[in-house]
Design a protein around this ligand. Structure first.
Ligand code: C2E
Ligand code: CA
Ligand code: CA
Ligand code: CA
Length: 282
């Protein structure tokens, strides 16, 4: 029994320890990164596939770590959410996006709207709406130039609160997109209550379009068609995320979705690389 106990102990501890250590290190590094503002934004265009025009941009946070290089948000955003550091990242992202919009405006460019992601913890934070008001005032940005993306699952945490907050944002003139749509199992009745302008079809559904295994393709095709039809009948804009090839583009266009964000058109890029696209693409 003793040997068994020791075995069990050894089975759990080293792996758990290692994982905890890594998380802790990442958290510490992230604190430093925030103090030194080592986080910056890349921007990915959303394109009208019918004419190639850029309609808006999504701001995506990037961390340039002095020793480890670029760390993708998929690695540090979950840690930031678990540790509360997201409540510092959110304001930084919002401020940088506001500054960038002001810079483009001052350079004589006619900026397109920039969409900022709000995590669940940020959405339900008391001061969110005031904080957004402040940025808008400081940079003198018209609300139509700022959009927010909220995941379907974040709104499901507390539907009544989510409706109130989104209503307050809409009243100020901001647009709202429901992110990762189709992955959160929200009911139709529920979607109907949320005052959103757009739904973003999660890229996991697009990835299976054109799969060599016919059943997989058929299933993905049915889901993409259903989401597009739902959006159109509710008067919501549909944005397809992760469009990488012509097959996906043609399928979407044939089924009534014409806005895409994906590598076929552009990867997320720093503001300096976006600028020529803004000059040419409108
Ligand atoms: P998301 O909001 O679903 O963002 C879309 C992700 O899809 C981005 O990954 C983007 O680079 C990627 N993507 C776009 N087109 C394609 C494509 O054609 N193919 C493939 N394979 N990927 C594509 P990214 O930038 O790594 O961000 C990952 C996630 O991190 C985001 O998913 C979002 O949940 C979170 N995130 C990023 N920036 C922020 C932020 O400022 N605040 C918060 N709260 N979360 C953020
Ligand atoms: Ca997003
Ligand atoms: Ca998304
Ligand atoms: Ca996604």
């Amino acid at each position: 029994a003793k040997a068994e106990g020791r075995g069990a102990y050894r089975f759990f501890t080293p792996a758990l320890n290692e994982q905890m250590h890594q998380q802790f290190q990442l958290e510490q590094d992230l604190r430093h990164a925030l103090e030194r503002e080592q986080l910056s934004l890349h921007y990915q265009p959303r394109v009208d596939m019918r004419n190639g025009r850029i309609l808006s941009l999504e701001a995506l946070v990037r961390w340039n770590h002095p020793r480890h290089g670029w760390i993708p948000p998929g690695r540090f955003i979950p840690v930031a959410e678990a540790t509360g550091l997201i409540l510092q990242i959110g304001p930084l992202v919002l401020r940088q996006a506001g500054q960038q919009l002001a810079r483009w405006r001052d350079a004589g460019l006619d900026p397109v709207p920039v969409a900022v992601n709000l995590s669940a913890n940020e959405l339900y934070q008391d001061a969110l709406v005031e904080r957004i008001d402040d940025i808008i005032k400081q940079q003198d940005i018209p609300p139509r130039l700022l959009e927010f993306e909220i995941t379907e699952s974040a709104t499901m945490r507390s539907i009544d609160c989510a409706v109130d907050i989104l209503t307050a944002l809409r009243a100020r003139g901001f647009s709202i997109a429901l992110d990762d749509f189709g992955t959160g199992y929200a009911s139709l009745n529920y979607l109907n209550r949320l005052p959103v302008n757009a739904i973003k079809i999660d890229r996991s559904f697009l990835a299976d379009l054109g799969a060599t295994e016919t059943a997989r393709h058929e299933q993905a095709a049915a889901i993409v068609k259903a989401i597009t039809g739902l959006g159109n009948s509710l008067g919501l804009e549909g944005i397809a995320e992760g469009v990488e090839n012509a097959l996906q583009r043609d399928f979407l266009l044939a089924h009534g979705c014409h806005i895409a964000q994906g590598y076929l058109y552009s990867r997320p890029q720093p503001a300096t690389a976006i600028e020529p696209l803004l000059r040419a693409g409108r």
